[in-house]
Write a protein that binds this ligand. Sequence first.
Ligand SMILES: Nc1nc2c(c(=O)[nH]1)N=C([C@H](O)[C@H](O)COP(=O)(O)OP(=O)(O)OP(=O)(O)O)CN2
Ligand SMILES: [Zn+2]
Length: 137
Amino acid sequence: MRVSVFRKEHFNAAHRLHNPNWSDEKNTKVFGKCNNPNYHGHNYYLTVKVTGEVDPDTGYVMDVKVLSDLIESKILDRFDHKNLNLDTEEFAQLNPTAENIAIVIFNLIRPEIDKKLDLKITLYETERNYVEYPAES
Ligand SMILES: Nc1nc2c(c(=O)[nH]1)N=C([C@H](O)[C@H](O)COP(=O)(O)OP(=O)(O)OP(=O)(O)O)CN2
Ligand SMILES: [Zn+2]
């Protein structure tokens, strides 16, 4: 029996969307207010979904306490209350869009989870804007 377990978390972070290969005019045109040189902040809401077979001995797909500790150590400690562009190595050279943040979060968590389990990241940047990775095929 395959079941999905979910853990919801949130973190606050500042960012600026910017492409250093473009002119200031093009950055403003493409990213608008999100290109503000003085940055802006979001309350990011993160859902980590783990899917797999229920272990007959534990009744768990994965212990959510283990998942919670993993998200705290790998994601929240790294990104919460940070300026993503300035304070994190992950986004020093990578535009911190919601898409890229979700991919980075996936890549930080994936090695820590049993290979036989599937992982999906959902990241809300605002109440109305959110991304999923991997995308539905
Ligand atoms: N595909 C993407 N588009 C946009 C991203 C992104 O990460 N991926 N990010 C932004 C900005 O970060 C911006 O701060 C988003 O906020 P905003 O446009 O204000 O969105 P809201 O939902 O809060 O407000 P609306 O009034 O609903 O637009 C932009 N685009
Ligand atoms: Zn933003």
